[in-house]
Design a binder for this molecule. Sequence first.
Ligand SMILES: Cc1cc2nc3c(=O)[nH]c(=O)nc-3n(C[C@H](O)[C@H](O)[C@H](O)COP(=O)(O)OP(=O)(O)OC[C@H]3O[C@@H](n4cnc5c(N)ncnc54)[C@H](O)[C@@H]3O)c2cc1C
Length: 395
Amino acid sequence: MTDAAELLGLTRKLLAAYPPATTDRADFLKARFDAGLAWVHFPEGLGGLGAPRSLQAVVDAELAAAGAPDNDPRRIGIGLGMAAPTILKYGSQEVKERFLRPLWTGEEVWCQLFSEPGAGSDLAALGTRAVRDEATGDWVVDGQKVWTSSAHVARWAILIARTDPDLPKHRGITYFVCDMTDPGVEVRPLRQITGEAEFNEVFLTGVRIPDAHRLGEVGEGWKVAQTTLNNERVAIGGMRLPREGGMIGPIARTWRERPELRTHDLHQRLLTLWVEAEVSRLAGERLRQQLVVGQPGPEGSAMKLAFARLNQEISGLEVELRGEEGLLYDDWTMRRPELVDFTGRDAGYRYLRSKGNSIEGGTTEVLLNIVAERVLGLPAEPRNDKDVAWKDLAR
Ligand SMILES: Cc1cc2nc3c(=O)[nH]c(=O)nc-3n(C[C@H](O)[C@H](O)[C@H](O)COP(=O)(O)OP(=O)(O)OC[C@H]3O[C@@H](n4cnc5c(N)ncnc54)[C@H](O)[C@@H]3O)c2cc1C
């Protein structure tokens, strides 16, 4: 088994062969992947060495100290956080070899074609159809997706579509990798409360997907999607941050630098939120340690809940602290950002952007249901559509 000393040796070898100061960024990242130092717990040949996940920190620290470039996880969050674990678990060897390297290096950006106008929280109600072309074996996809973050820069998408409308909603879904350059894919910007268009509507018309790009069995897409969704919550709620690295950072700095804004009441509230932010950050560390020995479970939902609530409370307090100045908005220019920057820009941006935190990756209400049912063991919500064919459901 690969141990810390061995990994450190391999990392130093990589740095000697590709000195960061004189090596092109993309070349360095490709060499790092090929050396198995991208995600050390992945199998050999796929960017890893089958090492314990906890040892990634050893590699990361050594590379950071040497000034090596990283793959900017914020820009490729959907690929790294959601597509990769799903491909690893359900993709064929060819699929893994084709997709994981450019995904990790950031040469190819991914998006997630899950939500639809009539299928958000009730995702299993989705109506996008995938029909098998018996002559070629391909799947032909028609439908509309919505709120698709990064679709405007994505090369590939993870997609769930209905392959059997005669089955109950959870059972007739199949999971695919969709080529965003297919001529049947149309991406239209959706402008958000922040003024920018970080997500999109995506229209799919006769999009062809080879059967080799199916992940999991036909009709098993809901099960495959659970891998994606559980990882999504951890990716959103469990990001590794230094102390004061999240929303609490900018307000703490303002508090230190602007004594004239301080009041006793704000002081008490800021202290409470600072402690909660720190507790949440440390709970995230704990969650990552748990991941070393298994897949994310419902605990990830609790992290995502804490992340959303804290971001909204902290950014609200920051606007209050800044008074009238907090109401100014830096720039309403329509833009199509390539990365989501929760803490970037001004207080007004943070306040508005954090509103989406309790919706994206599963709404707070739905995640509370998950915690109630799967962590606390409370009775499940009544479901009267479990055994009804999807085509017979009221819409
Ligand atoms: C910034 C942002 C980025 C996003 N990016 C993506 C993306 O890249 N890809 C993608 O596929 N989707 C994306 N989404 C979509 C997101 O996952 C959905 O918006 C979300 O799942 C909610 O679905 P909905 O909008 O249809 O709301 P609905 O499901 O219609 O919910 C409306 C309200 O009803 C509540 N509700 C619904 N069901 C229940 C219940 N059973 N019990 C209690 N309350 C309930 C909800 O919590 C919510 O408050 C993004 C959303 C946002 C805001």
